[in-house]
Write a protein that binds this ligand. Structure first.
Ligand code: TRP
Ligand code: SF4
Length: 327
């Protein structure tokens, strides 16, 4: 049986952190063999919230290096930038006729963004964000889209638009399903909010062992455990969560018992977590260094992926044109 097709996408925000890894990338790597994958750099989507494009190229390189360093294989699956496959804009335009502005205004993810970013008046392109995303997915006839919870409304809009197109012009597109990323939220070093670049609470995949250790030392733990000897509550402590995510089950059990009894001090516990994360990051850093000194390889990978993606996109657009009796 043919493998199902996955379309995975990320906006190029630069170097990725452990939260991005746990929330998305780790899952992408796992899904590599079971499905036919397409990896999209959503550079046009960046424009919806930031018109300044000075760092978009560097941010793309940094993100793609993290994809490569954590094990995504560009030979198996193409990596490509939305802006380099013109069919994205074309399908975006056609799909934008198939959805009402009222429907797009009801998008809860948009409402959250408007509130969080204090957007006073919305640009037309931002309202259309999910339509561009639908074009990203449908152009490759993506059947499965691995995303976090905040993206569910966008995939729902993709399904509606696909259905609408098929009703109007005949069956072309599958309705994509969400594949929800499980361990979706890794808290940041502040212990309260989600790990995020803007909150300055992140450990990056590119952080050196020294940086990881010094960041970990500042992590916020159980406030009632002041010194070694005080019993602690691992379940409310972010360091424990890092152990759970990156350490062995035996080590996690040991941390839990030691924390609860008080025998384990936070300093020691943090050093153990940092050591384990550094062990995980060591091969990542090594691969990263290779691509950092050979950025041309990264562009070769993108150009190759863009050629492959374009072939699929063009064939879909041909079907679209035929069904719509255009040309
Ligand atoms: N909107 C997605 C995000 O912010 C990024 C994205 C763009 C995407 N196009 C996509 C994700 C297509 C999945 C499929 O995370
Ligand atoms: Fe957190 Fe570890 Fe301190 Fe317990 S011992 S509160 S798990 S850092």
């Amino acid at each position: 049986m043919a493998k199902k097709r996955i379309l995975s996408g990320m906006r190029p925000t630069g170097k990725l952190h452990l939260g991005n890894y746990v929330g998305a990338l780790e899952n992408w790597v796992k899904l590599q063999d079971e499905y036919e994958n397409y990896y999209l750099v959503a550079d046009y989507h960046m424009l919806t919230t930031d018109l300044n494009t000075d760092s978009i190229k560097q941010n793309t390189i940094d993100m793609v290096i993290d994809w490569l360093a954590t094990g995504l294989d560009p030979v198996k699956s193409p990596f490509f930038r939305q802006s380099q496959v013109k069919e994205h804009t074309e399908l975006f335009l056609l799909l934008s006729m198939l959805i009402t502005t009222a429907r797009l205004e009801r998008n809860p993810t948009l409402k959250d963004q408007v509130r969080d970013l204090n957007i006073e008046s919305l640009v037309y392109g931002h309202l259309g964000y999910p339509v561009l995303q639908a074009a990203d997915i449908l152009l490759y006839k993506g059947q499965v889209v691995p995303v976090g919870e905040d993206q569910i409304p966008h995939v729902e809009i993709s399904r509606e638009v696909a259905r609408r197109f098929n009703q109007q012009y005949g069956q072309v597109f599958p309705e994509p399903d969400v594949l929800l990323t499980k361990f979706a939220r890794l808290p940041g070093l502040d212990g309260v909010s989600k790990m995020s670049k803007s909150l300055n609470n992140a450990i990056y995949l590119s952080d050196t062992p020294e940086v990881v250790t010094s960041k970990m030392k500042k992590a916020v733990t159980d406030p009632l455990k002041v010194r070694k000897g005080d019993p602690g509550r691992p379940d409310i402590c972010v360091v424990y969560m890092y152990h759970q995510k990156f350490n062995t089950p035996e080590a996690v059990a040991e941390v839990e018992t030691g924390c609860r009894s008080g025998a384990l001090g936070c300093v020691d516990c943090k050093l153990r977590a940092a050591a384990r994360i550094n062990e995980f990051l060591s091969p990542v850093l090594e691969k990263r260094r290779h691509y950092e000194s050979n950025p041309n390889e990264v562009f070769d990978i993108l150009h190759d992926g863009e050629t492959r993606a374009r072939a699929v996109a063009q064939s879909t657009m041909q079907e679209v044109h035929e069904n719509m009796k255009l040309g």
